[in-house]
Design a protein around this ligand. Structure first.
Ligand code: G3P
Length: 220
């Protein structure tokens, strides 16, 4: 499973990339707005830091305008994947952009039926929102598992990207469900490293080593 960072913050992206575990980045209008910097410039800079898929979302809602916006976004950098919402116009734009060779991440997916349509429209990626379904009392991860099953049944090549991830458990569940990608906030990625037994084990190793070789040097 690929790991993407769900952020437009350059510092967070640099840290994740330095750890050697980040395969790509997803942004959305909310995340981009938080950085308070020119949109295209921010996307370009992200593309320079991460050598993988970088999702940039359209903000138009009408198909023709989404197509124009998508073309413009795709010209920022070859790694840009255009994000279109899962609406009728969004899928119309997805099909048109896909025919032109632009890769599209269909976002705001909340049902298996929607995901089926996204694949039919030729989406490169579909993004089911796990946390936001959990928020309204549904088990969001069931949607990821359902989509993976449906796509496997028919050999769809659309990748399933588990989005709206809120915890390390979500990441593990996404991997178990067979998601191709999980995108997560930096704080969640950071937490994936931690285990108390790792800390305890390392402290013991260092203590034993110090005792043997530094406090009482080995003779001969
Ligand atoms: O990028 C889309 C998605 O991951 C947003 O997550 O936490 O705002 O529901 P969240």
């Amino acid at each position: 499973m690929k790991i993407f960072l769900d952020t437009a913050n350059l510092e967070e992206i640099r840290k994740g990339v330095d750890w050697g575990v980040v395969d790509g980045v997803t942004t959305n209008p909310t995340l981009i707005a938080k950085e308070r910097r020119p949109f295209e410039e921010q996307i370009r800079q992200i593309c320079e830091i991460v050598h993988g898929d970088i999702s940039a979302e359209v903000v138009s809602t009408e198909a023709g305008q989404m197509i124009d916006e998508g073309r413009k976004l795709s010209r920022i950098h070859p790694n840009v994947v255009v994000k279109c919402p899962l609406t009728r116009d969004g899928l119309k734009a997805t099909a048109a952009l896909t025919r032109e060779g632009v890769r599209v991440n269909v976002t705001l997916c909340f049902s298996p039926a929607q995901a089926l349509l996204a694949a039919k429209a030729g989406a490169y990626i579909v993004s089911p929102f796990v946390g936001r379904l959990d928020d309204i009392g549904h088990t969001g991860m069931d949607l990821v598992a359902d989509i993976v099953e449906i796509y496997r049944n028919y050999g769809f090549r659309t990748q399933v990207l588990a989005a709206s991830i809120r915890s390390p458990l979500h990441v593990v569940e996404a991997a178990r469900a067979g998601a191709h990608i999980a995108t997560m906030p930096f704080a969640v990625l950071d937490k994936l490293f931690d285990h108390p037994l790792t800390d305890k084990g390392l402290a013991q190793f260092l203590k034993d080593y110090k005792k043997a070789f530094q406090e009482t040097p080995v003779s001969g």
